[in-house]
Design a protein around this ligand. Structure first.
Ligand code: WT7
Length: 635
């Protein structure tokens, strides 16, 4: 792979070229893929707008590049390793040839259900190989996949199915996750009952066995339909800008947005960033612990590694089962070379047993990645010393669902690393820091809003069904820039450190949650008038959720109401959005125009009373003392 950066000089040269001549830079990388027809224009616009088009005129299929393209050279190489929840259960391995055959079978099965190019197919599936096969099968035939994290509730799933008007849903019967068994199909049934009229079929993979309800007109077993299909399915010839997938993510207002990524740009970007970030070499075993329900799973369990011809490991289980050595045992078992996980997992495992990793042979590790939230210095050092034995660079990767792939990170062994810093932009990425007025700050040693000033191939193209929302959310706030929603620092040498969101989005254990969504769920309770949900620093989760809640009456039985509120949130979103703290208040601090003063609540939730500042503009300044006196800080 000639476009893989190997030295600091090459990084600097690639970066310089990507700024001086972005079209030539990206064209050279794109040239390493297989195209049915080449592009006539690399990128249509120098300005960053939601109407950007990459590789226009080109024709391509991403699965042809993930699978078929590799067959002559690595048909018998393992593409996918699957490690089950139970350590003593059999593992599964698919070579590139085998994976291609399975993908074709599933693609033919989807076709037999009437799925056509452009149709949406929803996945509510845990971490089994069939989810990977199903996703690639969609891409094979040009159907748009919409994967919903299988921890979301039936309501949340229904909302996403309806928004995308999905024709088929793929799921499993149950899911074994750690010690728990989760009724996956039941949640899908429940969701479809909520008016998902677009769904004609549910394709269920039998993962655990066990009884499930069955609707003969709608339900089909994977083993009955997929297993009998032909192992050959010609890839659909796609335009560069045909949508590849939708992935719902939370913002500061309203319902989750369906972020849309398209075919060619996403392909080029995920492969290039994968090769450089992890410095993958032939024969390496790469493991990303994310769930396929999030963008990390899309880009760096599936597409990036497969495009690069890598061996990618997929893990069904959780870090703490059967014990907190599970991750290290898996690294030892497969001799994993690149390991990619989230700070929340690192912190939890560090807290569970400082020396636990010493029991395993982790000498295969070459690169350690971190993603999803800021990594604190203690976690960084433990990761570096205990897992990397001080000789495997820790690479903090900053990116977002919307960016498609990694934007800012050190490159292992190439650029330097610094604890808590994602550090340097990848070639082709032009980050800037803006001040509150939207003015660019060019000096170093500064802090401000993180924006991107030039298009890159992996950027989102729209929000499903609402292009205007995409424009107003990301491109209108600071014209000429893509607005990330994050604040960042740039140090004296140009390294970036991500501070966190500046909007009403919180990051709980690496899961992105909109405070407005949690408030909406809480407010569904008939005894609740209004609520304000705020993030606060949490030792393990990064951020916890603090809910200030106003009830219709004096709360005499807070425990009961608290329990019901948690049930409400679980029902409307899922357990990941359950508040850690619920405080009942008599009134919320408001401005004269009736707006809740979230800034004050944030300071109370963060236990920074001295920074509450001026409260004279409140219509009810007395509310602040009342809330302070009832505030809780157990974490
Ligand atoms: C938000 C995006 C990137 C894939 C997983 C999350 C935060 C992400 C980092 C990092 C500090 C980070 C940002 C970003 N974030 N990576 N390395 N350091 N913060 O994707 O769910 O779209 O969330 O996660 O706040 O905006 P996502």
């Amino acid at each position: 792979m000639s476009v893989q950066i190997k030295t600091l000089e090459q990084y600097q040269e690639a970066f310089r070229k990507s700024i001086e001549n972005p079209e030539a830079f990206w064209a050279e990388i794109a040239d390493t893929f297989t195209w049915y027809q080449k592009w006539h224009t690399v990128v249509n616009n120098d300005m960053i707008t939601p109407d950007v088009r990459w590789f226009d005129g080109a024709k391509v299929n991403i699965t042809q590049n993930c699978l078929d393209r590799h067959i002559p050279e690595r048909g018998n190489q393992t593409a996918l390793i699957w490690e089950p929840n139970e350590p003593d259960a059999p593992t599964q391995k698919y070579t590139y040839s085998e994976l291609l055959a399975e993908v074709c079978k599933c693609a033919n099965a989807l076709k037999s259900l009437g799925v056509q190019k452009g149709d949406r197919v929803c996945f509510y599936m845990p971490m089994v190989p069939e989810v990977a096969i199903g996703i690639l099968a969609c891409a094979r035939i040009g159907a748009i996949h919409s994967v919903v994290f299988a921890g979301f509730s039936a309501n949340a799933l229904a909302e996403r199915i309806k928004d995308a008007q999905a024709k088929v849903v793929l799921c499993t019967d149950y899911n074994r996750r750690g010690p728990k068994t989760i009724p996956v199909k039941e949640v899908v049934d429940e969701a479809i009952e909520m008016g998902c009229d677009s769904v004609s079929h549910v394709l269920t993979y039998r993962s655990t066995g066990g009884d499930v309800l069955w609707d003969e007109r709608r339900d089909i077993w994977w083993h009955k339909l997929v297993d009998v299909q032909s192992t050959v399915c010609a890839p659909e010839i796609m335009d560069a800008e045909d949508p590849l997938f939708v992935l719902y993510t939370s913002g500061s207002t309203g319902k989750p947005k369906g972020v849309v990524h398209t075919t060619a740009g996403y392909m080029v970007f995920t492969c290039y960033t994968f090769m450089n970030t992890f410095q993958y070499q032939d024969g390496d075993i790469y493991w990303c612990t994310a769930d396929v329900g999030w963008v990390t799973g899309h880009s760096y369990i599936l597409y990036g590694p497969l495009l690069a011809g890598a061996t990618t490991l997929m893990f069904e289980g959780v870090p703490g089962y059967p014990d907190t050595g599970r991750f290290w045992q898996v690294i030892d078992k497969y001799k994993v070379n690149q390991f990619y996980t989230a700070p929340t997992a690192i912190r939890a495992l560090m807290a569970a047993g400082w020396d636990e990793p010493d029991k395993y042979d982790l000498s295969s590790i070459k690169v350690l990645g971190s993603v999803g939230e800021p990594i604190n210095e203690e976690a960084w050092r433990w990761y570096d010393e205990k897992i990397g034995r001080g000789n495997s660079p820790v690479i903090d990767t900053w990116w977002q669902t919307e960016t498609g792939g990694i934007m800012i990170s050190s490159l292992p062994g190439i650029t330097d690393t610094k604890p808590c810093f994602a550090a340097y932009p990848h070639p082709g990425i032009q980050p800037v820091i803006l001040d509150q007025n939207g003015q660019i700050i060019t000096e170093n040693n500064v802090e401000g809003l993180l924006c991107i000033q030039y298009p890159w191939p992996g950027m989102l193209r729209t929000t499903y069904g609402d292009h205007e929302r995409c424009r107003t959310t990301y491109f209108a706030p600071y014209p000429g820039y893509y607005f990330t929603g994050d604040a960042a620092k740039r140090d004296e040498d140009g390294r970036y450190r991500i501070i966190g969101r500046v909007d009403d989005v919180i990051n709980v254990s690496g899961h992105r949650i909109g405070t407005a969504e949690v408030e909406d769920a809480i407010n569904q309770h008939p005894e609740i008038v209004e609520s304000a949900v705020i993030g606060f620093p949490h030792d393990i989760k990064g951020q916890g959720i603090y809910a200030f809640v106003k009830a219709t009456h004096d709360v005499t039985q807070p425990e009961q109401l608290r329990k019901e509120i948690l049930e409400m949130v679980t029902k409307y979103i899922g357990p990941i959005a359950k508040p850690d703290i619920i405080q009942f208040v008599i009134q919320l601090p408001k401005t004269r125009s009736g707006k809740i003063m979230r800034r004050i609540l944030r300071k109370i939730a963060e236990n920074q009373y001295d920074q509450i500042g001026d409260i004279s503009t409140l219509i009810n300044p007395e509310s602040v003392e009342e809330i302070k006196s009832g505030a809780q800080h157990p974490f």
